[in-house]
Design a protein around this ligand. Structure first.
Ligand SMILES: C[S@@+](CC[C@H](N)C(=O)[O-])C[C@H]1O[C@@H](n2cnc3c(N)ncnc32)[C@H](O)[C@@H]1O
Length: 266
């Protein structure tokens, strides 16, 4: 308790009040720690806490479109190669497609692709790119109720899983796998936190989720769920749904590849 109090006291007054009000824990490797000058990051705009992630991605959409094939980083090249080989000639479901950065690459290889996101702003940008063979659907990843009765041979979600609320992990994977054929191939990719990352990152006692504050050029700040999984956590999360689960864990991102288990509870 004394250590917690000391950590709290090291924070700026406004931050102390917020931690106490919302039951926040600051942490590094699971331990309480004073944040290093995070208040500066909070300055300049109100933090949107209700539906903040949705607002964040709607507002971020104009800055998100890019041609990933021009990105020289090795992990991007690896993801492109994996996606192309996975989706070749297949019916494909992409969840949380954002501005269609990966959809653009997959569409020429796939037989068909349905790409979903819950941000209208993201989908507006994605649709404007006129990607062939692709049907964009405005849908929540936790339900995926609007894509119809089609079942897919391949499903992928890049940089979504870290944004899912812990209490709803099962809801997401149940909905996702229900839209895929038994034995369908899945690829999930998301961030590993960098040791030198100074972005404020904290958990809340009530949800047990971790959060980050993100700023956009519009001057607003947004609080979003951001879970940095360990390989062990990924394994225990995915193993109940997966055959031939393979986890690759190399900064800056982890990959999970598996086949949807045919006898899973859906
Ligand atoms: C980090 S972006 C990744 C976008 C894209 N996959 C990419 O890699 O470029 C996260 C995306 O997840 C979407 N998203 C977050 N929560 C969602 C939910 N519950 N249902 C559908 N989409 C969601 C956001 O709108 C955003 O487009």
């Amino acid at each position: 308790m004394a250590k917690q109090a000391a950590c709290l006291q090291a924070l700026p007054k406004r931050e102390q009040a917020r931690c106490l009000r919302e039951g926040l824990k600051t942490h590094r490797r699971g331990r309480l720690r004073p944040r290093q000058a995070p208040a500066l990051r909070f300055a300049g705009g109100p933090i949107m806490e209700r539906d903040s992630m949705h607002a964040y991605y709607c507002d971020r959409a104009p800055y998100m479109a890019r041609n990933v094939e021009d990105d020289p980083r090795e992990f991007v090249r690896d993801i492109i190669a994996e996606l192309k080989s996975l989706t070749n000639g297949q019916s494909v479901l992409e969840v949380a497609c954002g501005t269609g950065n990966w959809t653009r690459l997959v569409a020429p290889c796939a037989r068909t692709i349905v790409a979903t996101d819950y941000s209208e702003g993201m989908l507006d940008v994605a649709r404007s790119r006129q990607i062939p063979k692709t049907r964009f659907v405005h849908d929540d990843a936790y339900s995926l109720g609007k894509i119809g009765s089609e079942r897919f041979n391949v499903g992928y979600a890049l940089w979504l899983v870290s944004h899912l609320s812990r209490a709803r992990w099962d809801e997401f994977f149940t909905a996702f796998h229900a839209r895929l054929n038994p034995g369908a191939k899945v690829l999930l990719v998301d961030d590993i936190r960098r040791p030198d990352d100074t972005d404020p990152w904290y958990s809340k006692v009530d949800t047990r989720d971790s959060y980050e504050i993100r700023r956009l050029p519009n001057g607003k700040s947004y609080e979003i769920v951001k879970t940095y999984f360990t390989p062990e956590q990924l394994h225990s999360l995915l193993q109940p749904y997966a055959d031939n689960l393979q986890i690759r864990y190399e900064r800056p991102c982890w990959w999970a590849a598996y086949e949807v288990r045919s006898n899973q509870r859906i």
